[in-house]
Ligand binder design. Sequence first.
Ligand SMILES: [Zn+2]
Ligand SMILES: [Zn+2]
Length: 347
Amino acid sequence: MKAVVKTRKAPGAELVDVSVPKPGADEVLVKLIIGSICGTDSHIYAWDSGAQVYIKNVPQVLGHEFAGTIVEVGKEVRKFKVGDYVSAETHIYCGKCVQCRNDQRHICETGRIFGLTCNGCFAEYFTVPERVLWKNNSQLPPEIAAIQEPLGNAVYCALGDYDKNLEEKSVFIIGDGPTAIMAAGVAKAEGARLVIILGRHDRRMEIARKMGADRALKDGQGAEEIVSDITAGKGFDVVLEMAGSPEAVKLALRWTRIGGRMSAFGIHGEPLVIDNYGQYVRSGKKILPISGRLIWRTWEEVQRLLESGSLDVSPVITHKVRLEEFEKGFGFMTQRPKASGKVILIP
Ligand SMILES: [Zn+2]
Ligand SMILES: [Zn+2]
């Protein structure tokens, strides 16, 4: 069978003929219907420093976002059967560590990460442990099912984990990657009064508007003055930092209202200085780090939103290519100025 494989610890990947894997006792064999390229895959493909921490061994099959059908089950698999239409949580948690025992499986450190620290789904067939499988509604189109994992990031980021109600709230999203754009749709679907997104790329701002953002502001073009005007200088109830730079974090914290919540999703490796820490403490602003998705709470929220019909994430899918044209797919992801949303791979 064909698989997109990282064959060397260097830029690129190759389409390789490999044998169909055998599912272990607690695993299933899945036939790929649709795969979707994640920003992380793109970093691994380009082989930049951030991606190199994940890939320990080559060759390794890439990819972690998918919709597929189970074609074989291991002998200990109980809840899933051949023919089931599935997607999967990327964090293959260990189930035993202190986080796992405290309902924090999404931040398990001893588990594996599907397609990042072990073989993934950009192949005609692949194995997945039963414990991370998610059964899809049969009515859900495969291309939407395949992007539930990043949509889960958007949902967790937008809703947070303690103040889940966005009804009548004002939301400011910093960043215009596909997950940030989906977060705009999620916030609107959850009843936010005002959703403003700050980005850099025209095409992505256009998609964000399609997803329901009330305003899409372009970075540098007087955006801060506009934000100040709109909020009377007080900031937003909820700010989602989804750009990943020290400047973006500072901006997010500044524009979170007193007592509001900032979700920290963007990743960077720089030190972070909080100016006037005492003032920050007195402000009661909460920073919520978003890592993956809550297992399975976030998946259930994704399902609720998709089934309610209040959220349509299809505008975020901008490109579809065949699995063997994956290089073209990664090309869409890395082209400048950025014009892609989610890029779908079809076997
Ligand atoms: Zn992903
Ligand atoms: Zn664990």
